[in-house]
Design a protein around this ligand. Structure first.
Ligand SMILES: NC(=O)c1ccc[n+]([C@@H]2O[C@H](COP(=O)([O-])OP(=O)(O)OC[C@H]3O[C@@H](n4cnc5c(N)ncnc54)[C@H](O)[C@@H]3O)[C@@H](O)[C@H]2O)c1
Length: 445
């Protein structure tokens, strides 16, 4: 039986593991398999990434170059653009992007492209696992028919499962091995083999009865975040109108030991997951005539946060009898969250666009992001790319307003508040002590 053959290969670490797409998800995963004694091959369309990996260099913050170098030197990890090597893999895991089209509909073209490469080389004895976040039904409605067109049969010849990725970039506490993994196969044999595989590298594997349940579970997790952040953002705007400290309110509510979970407001949601994934769920729901209203409402509230931040800047400048037109505004942080270099869907880009529209002279400092470009993938607007400026005393002093968009740990907020005139803090980056000693006027979200 193919399940037993695969499980034996996996348990003996003789299974060769192929990972398609070596980004924030695929690179840590391939490295983890290689570090645990498997032979791992990463398949990438970007030849620069392939070169970097094969020369032992990491381009993802959470993966140390040392781990890559060690596994590459030991011959257990390699990267390639040659998809013919898929034939030699016993397990193939797909970790390609799942963006949205301009119409906000799911774009599964990267999954289809990867699946097409697999289909051309599919052979008896392979386990295929999709990890890219996607709508329920992708694995059994889209991938399965593609693979069966080869004449090979599920369970008899190959196995197919979905296992969502939960990596949290920049989080030092939770890494691949200690984030529980949900696994759902299209068949029971597929679930069993995939669960066995992940149990080699992850402490806790949670098997579910179908790929659809696993796909839906991932979307529930991220929709839960989007909706609750939407609630926190609405609360922040409400508190601003009522002149109440939002952060103190949340801190107080969070002392309740049951029935409350703290979520925090911010300048808007970003990254490749929270702004996109709920659309995968609402799109699929619409196909079945179901209108998911919480998702729509959360998106509406969250997507208005950059506009609110710009209003806070305008209010602050106004109190100083300054116009936005011509004002020098310095953003601290453009990454979508602290201590990462990822600007995908970052609210900073929308904030910069809006400030520029009002005539502000915008600059930014971000220790992780050297340059930002304003193409269609980030914002609706366009404009000249910006490069991060050094956070010198002069730079801080000469800004009419400083906006903390990302609360990166290494920024010296005390120095900022000593030298600046006006600071808009969208992340509660300035603690009580810094605020009490601040020479700058501070406006908080
Ligand atoms: N980034 C996260 O924090 C995170 C967390 C959980 C889940 N996810 C999900 O994981 C998936 C991947 O996200 P990511 O952040 O790693 O994306 P990414 O853009 O960082 O990496 C994807 C990689 O796939 C490569 N690629 C694209 N098409 C390819 C193809 N046909 N063949 C081989 N390589 C190809 C790209 O060049 C890129 O290097 C998405 O579905 C995402 O929603 C991401």
């Amino acid at each position: 039986m193919i399940k037993t053959e695969l499980i034996n290969l996996i348990k003996d670490k003789r299974a060769r593991v192929g990972v398609i797409g070596l980004g924030y998800v695929g690179l840590p995963l391939a490295t983890e398999f290689a570090s645990r004694g498997f032979n791992a091959i990463g398949f990438e369309v970007d030849s620069n990434k392939v070169e970097q990996i094969n020369s032992g260099q990491s381009y993802i913050g959470d993966v140390a170059s040392d781990s890559i170098k060690e596994t590459v030197d030991a011959g257990r990890l390699k990267a390639t653009t040659d998809f013919d090597d898929l034939k030699g893999c016993d397990v193939i895991i797909i970790c390609v992007p799942t963006p949205l089209r301009k119409t906000k509909e799911p774009d599964v073209s990267f999954i289809l492209a990867a699946a097409e490469e697999i289909k051309r080389r599919l052979r008896r004895g392979q386990l295929i696992i999709l990890e890219s976040t996607t709508y329920p039904g992708t694995t059994d409605e889209v991938l399965l028919p593609m693979f069966e067109e080869t004449g090979l049969k599920l369970d008899e010849d190959f196995l197919l499962a979905f296992s969502p990725e939960r990596v949290d970039p920049g989080n030092p506490q939770f890494k691949t091995h200690n984030i529980p993994k949900v696994v759902g196969g299209v068949t029971d044999d597929s679930t069993a083999a995939a669960a066995c595989l992940y149990s080699q590298i992850v402490n806790d594997v949670h098997a579910v009865t179908s790929a659809r349940v696993a796909e839906a579970a991932k979307l529930l997790e991220n929709t839960f975040r989007a909706v609750n952040i939407g609630m926190a953002n609405e609360m922040a705007r409400l508190c601003y109108a009522l002149n109440i400290d939002t952060w103190e309110v949340i801190r107080a509510a969070a002392t309740k030991p049951f029935g409350f979970m703290a979520f925090y407001p911010g300048p808007g949601i970003g990254g490749h997951c929270i702004p996109l994934d709920p659309h995968y769920l609402s799109w699929k729901a619409r196909q079945h005539g179901f209108d998911s209203r919480f998702i729509g409402l959360a998106e509406e509230v969250n997507s208005r946060m950059p506009e609110h931040v710009v209003q806070l800047v305008a209010d602050g400048l106004n109190d100083d009898r300054k116009a936005m037109n011509g004002a020098r505004v310095l953003l601290l942080g453009v990454a979508y969250k602290k201590d990462v270099d990822d600007v995908r869907e970052s609210p900073a880009l929308s904030i910069i666009d809006r400030l520029r529209e009002k005539g502000c002279e915008v600059s930014y400092h971000d220790p992780f992001v050297r340059e930002v470009r304003f193409d269609d993938s980030h914002t609706e607007g366009s404009g000249e790319p910006l490069s991060s400026v050094a956070l010198t005393d002069d730079e801080i002093r000469s800004a009419d307003c400083i906006v903390i968009v990302t609360n990166h740990t290494e920024i010296d907020y005390r120095r900022v508040t000593e030298l600046a005139a006006l600071v808009v803090d969208t992340r509660n980056a300035l603690n009580g002590e810094v605020r009490s000693k601040s020479a700058a006027r501070i406006i908080r979200l």
